[in-house]
Design a protein around this ligand. Structure first.
Ligand SMILES: [Zn+2]
Length: 202
């Protein structure tokens, strides 16, 4: 379990400096030889700065706030939430990667989480500079530690624009990552059952 947990102190980053980002965008535009005064580009630095603020808003949120069990509700069977849309940004290229996140868990002592909380958890972690592998384990670890279920499995399928738009240009190539904890790890049959449900087969 511990090998999946990254040791990092929870330090809240400083607020976004929109002016500083806009300066950087101006430098990029200059660097590629653009005319900063061209009407189409006049507001681009500010717009891009606001977009970056939004796409990294998860850096300034505490993901554990979403992991609060529903009071009163008790459920002991496997829960699977499929096809949570995620949009994140690859930290190596600052290029978006978009895809679907599937979360499965087996509740312990009936503790379950509202479906929207699972989506919010995935969103908080995806709105950061990420690697798909880390995004997957961050979601799984936070859910495992906060809800204390019997098992957690997170699968993410995503298309990386840094791969599909440039370099090897593998259009439509999907990267699939998974993080498997607790009962899903120790019991291959449970894991296979969850994987089959995620893939839409019974
Ligand atoms: Zn990349």
């Amino acid at each position: 379990m511990s090998k999946f947990t990254e040791e990092k102190p929870e330090v809240m980053p400083r607020p976004v400096d929109l002016d500083l980002i806009a300066q950087g965008v101006r430098l990029i535009l200059e660097g590629i030889g653009e005319d900063l005064e061209r009407p189409g580009l006049v507001d681009t630095p500010t717009r891009v700065a606001e977009m970056f603020a939004e796409l990294t808003s998860g850096m300034r949120e505490d993901p554990t706030q979403h992991v609060v069990p529903l009071p009163g509700d008790k459920h002991d069977e496997m829960v699977i939430v499929k096809d949570i849309s995620i949009a994140s940004m690859c930290e190596h290229h600052l290029a978006p990667f978009v895809g679907k996140c599937h979360i499965a868990y087996i509740p312990k002592q009936g503790r379950i989480l509202g479906i929207s909380k699972l989506a919010r958890l995935a969103e908080t972690f995806s709105r950061r500079l990420q690697l798909q592998e880390r995004l997957t384990t961050d979601i799984a670890n936070t859910l495992f530690e906060g809800l204390k279920p019997l098992g957690v499995m997170v699968v993410i399928e995503a298309e990386h624009t840094c791969m599909t738009l440039r370099g090897v240009r593998k259009a439509d190539a999907k990267t699939v990552t998974s993080a498997v904890l607790g009962g899903f790890r120790s019991d291959p049959r449970t894991r296979a059952e969850a994987m089959a449900l995620i893939k839409g087969k019974e």
